[in-house]
Design a protein around this ligand. Structure first.
Ligand code: HEM
Length: 473
């Protein structure tokens, strides 16, 4: 006991000595050893918490998660170096190496959480090549439309005699994006929407009018597994390995997340193997369908489906399954919740602003009348000016990805101070999009602000610079 107390005193003294002698002290709540500022958060959700801190400490403050110091930036001017598009940028790394991510078998893999800049560049090259092609954008519009029609078919099927179907739209949005993202990444259908519909009816002792022809066994499990995996990533980043190993309750949580990871990886591996086989058995004179997985499997082979070919010496070899898996699951994880939350919030804001909904209906009615029997395409979407303003305003006020991060790879000047290599920044996207210095009445939902072509306020949606989201078309 005495040894334990002595160790605690030494550790606490060391912690506060380091804290009070830190480089470039900034305003911010005083942290506690080991747990940092987590108690300050209280029961607030994280965005409310950081807004509270921004109002109290300003547009540049510091915050501790565990023992790590993070510099939170909420002013666009402070992050301009980080949004540099050069490949020599000092901000090509988002996060440093975390041992927890190694345990999850994520460290140095994929794109978004990859701390290894060279591996990130390699992976990102393949993915950009697959997604930034005209065929991809065209097919994305077509299959999104097909999926919406399929989902509306279920609503019709489940409606009562008055033609009404009362349901929780948020769950449908998440199922919709699960189906659309898995389709566009793998070309395969998971049928998360249909599985949800069947489960919903079963809970009311009902059956669909037309029985399913699809295998729905894995659909809901996959959907839940993705959600659990996201929680697992945060858990393994935030909770230090020693704490996880010492506290049995956290040890069990680690085991649960690792088991979930194994299931998800196995699921993704099966999809990759199946697609490899299908490609192998497709006669050479038959074209292969266009999706991200096929593009990655065929890259640098004589069956390459991409219009854009590899032109540099670093990307001459075909991709192996492990690299493909790292990119695939991350794309699924990155895309499902962000887009689903976005759709849900657009519906939410429209419900609370009937005048906006009315104007939206007028624009859409006129648009579809002009379209006649034609299917939607990318070009015609640009006629939807008010719809576009609603989406932008919803993105601003709700901000589906409220933060991103940068970990500097060299010393740099930020907000007039010199910061050492390895400084960890959080780019407070929500904070910029709600900053009173840029926006009039930032809390007000007002799509009209985007109809003014002169709008110059910095509106961040997909990040910026080399690590910005490449799928934003
Ligand atoms: C509402 C939709 C979305 C929003 C608002 C959003 C937002 C963001 C933001 C803010 C970043 C960080 C960029 C930076 O650090 O500068 C990011 C990165 C990323 N997003 Fe999204 N995202 C969305 C949809 C998607 C979709 C649909 C996918 C996949 C299909 C996806 C996959 C990724 C990946 C892999 C990265 C990492 C890029 C890199 O590090 O090079 N996101 N996203």
């Amino acid at each position: 006991m005495l040894i334990f107390l002595t160790l605690c005193i030494i550790y606490t003294s060391y912690f506060y000595f380091s804290y009070f002698t830190r480089e470039n002290p900034l305003p911010g709540p005083v942290p506690l050893p080991i747990i940092g500022n987590i108690l300050d958060k209280g029961f607030d959700d994280f965005v409310d918490y950081t807004e509270r801190m921004r109002k109290k400490y300003g547009d540049m403050f510091e915050i501790y998660f565990g023992q790590n110091r993070y510099i939170m930036l909420s002013k666009f001017e402070y992050m301009q170096n980080m949004f540099d598009y050069s490949l020599n940028s000092k901000y090509l790394r988002r996060i440093p190496y975390f041992p927890g991510l190694e345990e999850l078998n994520i460290a140095g893999k994929g794109i978004a959480l990859n701390h290894n800049v060279n591996v990130w560049k390699y992976n990102r090259h393949f993915i950009s090549r697959a997604l930034l092609t005209p065929s991809f954008s065209k097919s994305a519009v077509i299959w999104t439309q097909n999926l919406v029609e399929e989902m509306m078919g279920f609503w019709e099927d489940g409606s009562n005699n008055d033609g009404c179907f009362e349901t929780d739209i948020v769950e449908w949005c998440h199922r919709f994006t699960t189906d659309s993202i898995t389709h566009f990444t793998t070309g395969m259908r998971i049928h998360a929407i249909e599985a949800h519909y069947n489960e919903l009816l079963a809970s009311q002792n009902r059956k669909p009018k037309v029985p399913s022809k699809n295998d729905l066994r894995d659909a809901s499990r996959f959907f839940k597994s993705i959600k659990t995996f996201i929680v697992g990533i945060y858990f393994f980043i935030i909770v230090p390995p020693l704490v996880r190993k010492c506290l049995p309750i956290l040890g069990n949580a680690s085991k649960y997340h690792l088991k979930n990871r194994d299931w998800l990886y196995d699921f993704v591996d099966k999809i990759i193997k199946q697609r490899r086989k299908e490609i192998e058995y497709t006669p050479r004179n038959e074209p292969l369908r266009f999706d991200m997985l096929t593009s990655m499997i065929t890259a640098n082979t004589d069956r390459d489906i991409c219009e854009i070919k590899m032109v540099d010496e670093e990307h001459t070899q075909p991709m192996n399954d492990e690299i493909i898996r790292g990119i695939l699951w991350e794309t699924m994880v990155g895309g499902i919740d962000t887009t689903a939350n976005m759709f849900s919030f657009i519906v939410y804001y429209l419900a609370y602003h009937p005048e906006v909904l009315k104007r939206l209906r007028v624009e859409l009615d006129a648009f579809f009348e002009k379209m006649g029997d034609r299917r939607l395409d990318l070009e015609s979407l640009s006629d939807l000016i008010y719809t576009d303003a609603i989406i932008k305003e919803a993105f601003r006020i709700f901000t589906p990805a409220p933060y991103t991060a940068r970990n500097s790879t060299a010393e740099d000047i930020v907000a007039g101070r010199v910061w050492p290599e390895g400084t960890q920044y959080i780019i407070n996207i929500h904070g910029v999009n709600h900053n009173e210095d840029y926006w009039d009445e930032p809390e007000k939902f007002n799509p009209d602000r985007y109809l003014d072509m002169k709008i110059s306020s910095p509106h961040i949606i997909f990040g910026g610079g080399r690590r910005t989201l490449s799928y934003r078309t």
